[in-house]
Design a protein around this ligand. Structure first.
Ligand SMILES: [Zn+2]
Length: 339
């Protein structure tokens, strides 16, 4: 099946009431971990690359890693997504490189830091939708601003400050009508990074009512939860047990994400949890085998640790078991549907 437009995955997920994890990729071990988890659970895949990842991998390495993944596992549908495009130009370069989905994050200006006006957001998102849909490529947009910073991208708002930038459901309805975006990242009180909450968040902290209201107004819009790592204590503990020093922190509980999925969330971004798993596994090898210096000696357990996290999320989000049931859709077919 190879690469498919993300829209095809999200439509299938909506039809069958499940969510799809979107996992960030920077290197070979990460994409191997994701693909192995997908094969073991028969899950469709969204792999995503931030601007930072594209820079780190010089684009070409990343592109060929994605192609390698689809060659090795033709039975797994894979959507390749640009995470947080800061400008139409970033999205266009991703489309030219073969990405089947792009995020135009016009909630911030091109610097990736300053909250933008609504008019700016509509304008840049519509530009990207026009060009992307002509090629069958999916577009995710963002309305409202999340807290924290991800890969240098973000307004750096504290949890409390971010409350002033929650997504307004009425505005979301207008935004989707004006832009024609396929998926919408919503701000409901989550933050990027490992330090989301200083205590375990409840349904009060996460504004699930916003998700429910957007779903009521826009039943066909696929919502996206960013900053949705769960930051499990077990993973932080492993890091700290083997010489790390991470303060106590809480992420978004998996049960809260499942609640979101019941109300129309179809894509869930997870990056921090995988980073924690990798780091803990490497620290453990360094601690237990200080004589080791073959990178495979620590990258193999790192890859396995990430695979276990990805598998657990695939099962919890409900995407497990669906890979072989997703209709094959090409970009060309999708372009015709948009036309
Ligand atoms: Zn994000």
């Amino acid at each position: 099946m190879a690469l498919i437009p993300m829209r095809a995955l999200l439509d299938h997920a909506a039809e069958h009431d499940y969510g799809v994890g979107a996992f960030n990729v920077n290197n070979m071990e990460q994409i191997q971990a994701i693909m192995e988890a997908a094969v073991e659970t028969n899950s469709p895949v969204i792999v995503q690359a931030s601007r930072g990842a594209r820079q780190y991998s010089k684009d070409n390495y990343l592109r060929h890693l994605m192609i390698a993944a689809t060659e090795l596992h033709p039975e797994i549908p894979v959507a390749m997504h640009q995470d947080h495009g800061n400008s139409p130009a970033t999205c266009f370069s991703a489309i030219d490189m073969g990405f089947t989905s792009v995020m135009m994050d016009g909630s911030l200006e091109e610097d990736g830091k300053s909250p933008a006006t609504y008019e700016y957001n509509v304008d840049v998102t519509r530009q990207v939708v026009d060009r992307a849909h002509a090629k069958g490529v999916t577009v995710e947009a963002e309305l409202g601003c999340l807290g924290g910073i991800e890969d240098g991208h973000g307004a750096g708002l504290s949890g409390d400050e971010a409350l002033a930038f929650l997504t307004d459901p009425a505005q979301a309805e207008d935004f989707v009508a004006q832009t024609g975006c396929d998926a919408l990242a919503v701000a409901i009180g989550t933050s990027h990074g490992a330090y989301k909450f200083s205590e375990k968040p409840t349904g009060e902290v996460l504004k699930m009512d916003i998700i429910a209201e957007i779903h009521r107004r826009l039943p066909d819009c696929h919502m996206v939860m960013h900053g949705s790592s769960s930051v499990p204590k077990e993973l932080v503990d492993i890091i700290n047990e083997y010489g790390g020093s991470m303060p106590e922190t809480y992420g978004v509980p998996v049960e809260e994400i499942q609640e979101g999925i019941r109300h129309g969330v179809r894509k869930i971004n997870v990056d921090t949890d995988n980073r924690l798993a990798i780091t803990g596994a490497i620290r453990r090898v360094f601690h237990e085998h200080p004589e080791a210096f073959d990178p495979r000696k620590y990258l193999t357990p790192a890859r396995d640790a990430m695979k276990e996290v990805v598998k657990a999320r695939m099962i919890a989000f409900g995407q497990a078991g669906w890979a072989d049931k997703i209709p094959a859709v090409t970009l060309e077919e999708m372009a015709k549907r948009y036309a």
